[in-house]
Ligand binder design. Structure first.
Ligand code: SF4
Length: 250
C-alpha cells in the first residue's frame, strides 16, 4: 500500500462531548483545513493547514511535522493510547475537523490501518467525496448545517450524503446545531428529509455553545418546541448539548 500524507491539527484522548457517543472515551484525530466558516466554530485554528500538529499526551504536548503519513499517524495514536493504558479496541477513534473530507483518501487509509472502531465526523458538505469514502468508516456523524449558522446553504449536499447513507445502509447519526435565530422552517426541512429517507436514524439537536462571534443559544422553550415537532413525526430525535466545555475537557 502506498502511504498517503496528510495534514493534521492535533491528536488527543478525551471524553466525547457530542451526540450519540456522548460521555464515552474517544481518541480524537483532528484534521487540518476546512473550507466552511460556521459562525459557532470552536476550532477556527483548524481552518488552515499548519506546518506542525500537536500531540497532547499524558506527558505533555509534543509537536510533529505536517504532512504526516497515515502509518505515522497510527504510530502516534498507539503511543498516545499506551500512555493512558488503553487498548485500541476499547475506544472509538474519531476523525474530526477541520473537515475530514478535504483529505478523504488519507482518512480512509487511517481508518483501514486502525484496529478499532472509527467514527467519521463530517459537515457533509462534499457529497461527491463522501460517496467515494463513506463505506470505510464504522459510524458516520453528519452535521446538518442551517443557513442561519452558515455562509452557504448546504441543503443539496446534505441530502446527497444522507441519500448515500440510506442507499448503502451505513451506520450513521445526524447532528444539527441550533441557535436563537434558527427557524422552525429550517428544522422542518431537515425533519422532512429524514422522515422520508432515514426515519429511524438518531437525530441530535445540539444547542449552540456560545463563542465570541456567534448568535445566542436557543431558549429552552425553542428547544422543546423543535423537539416535540420531531417526536410528533415519530422521529428518533433528542436534545443533547455539548458537554466537553462544561467539563473543561479538550
Ligand atoms: S465545519 Fe467544523 S471546523 Fe469547519 S467551520 Fe464549521 S465548525 Fe468549524
Amino acid at each position: 500500500m502506498i502511504m498517503l500524507n496528510g495534514h493534521l491539527d492535533e491528536i488527543f484522548f478525551s471524553i466525547q462531548g457530542e451526540a450519540g457517543d456522548l460521555g464515552l472515551p474517544h481518541l480524537f484525530c483532528r484534521f487540518g483545513g476546512c473550507p466552511l466558516r460556521c459562525v459557532y466554530c470552536d476550532t477556527p485554528r483548524s481552518w488552515q493547514t499548519r506546518e506542525q500538529f500537536e500531540c497532547h499526551s499524558t506527558t505533555g504536548t509534543v509537536l510533529h511535522n505536517n504532512p504526516v503519513s497515515a502509518e505515522k499517524v497510527i504510530a502516534h495514536l498507539r503511543e498516545l493510547l499506551d500512555g493512558y493504558q488503553v487498548k485500541a479496541n476499547q475506544v472509538c477513534l474519531s476523525l474530526t475537523g477541520g473537515e475530514v473530507l478535504e483529505q478523504g483518501e488519507f482518512a480512509v487509509q487511517i481508518a483501514k490501518l486502525w484496529p478499532g472502531k472509527v467514527l467519521l465526523e463530517t459537515s457533509g458538505s462534499n457529497a461527491q467525496v463522501f460517496a467515494q469514502v463513506a463505506s470505510a468508516f464504522d459510524v458516520i456523524s453528519i452535521d446538518w448545517k442551517t443557513p442561519s449558522l452558515m455562509l452557504n446553504d448546504l441543503f443539496a449536499e446534505h441530502q446527497q450524503c444522507l441519500a448515500h447513507i440510506a442507499k448503502e445502509g451505513l451506520d450513521a447519526q445526524l447532528k444539527m446545531v441550533v441557535c436563537s435565530e434558527t427557524t422552525s422552517d429550517e428544522i422542518n426541512e431537515m425533519y422532512d428529509f429524514m422522515a422520508k429517507s432515514l426515519p429511524s436514524t438518531s437525530i441530535f439537536l445540539q444547542p449552540l455553545t456560545k463563542v465570541p462571534r456567534s448568535p445566542e443559544p436557543p431558549s429552552s422553550e425553542q428547544m422543546l418546541k423543535w423537539l416535540t415537532m420531531g417526536v410528533a413525526r415519530q422521529l428518533n430525535v433528542r436534545v443533547v448539548p455539548q458537554i466537553h466545555p462544561l467539563l473543561h475537557a479538550r
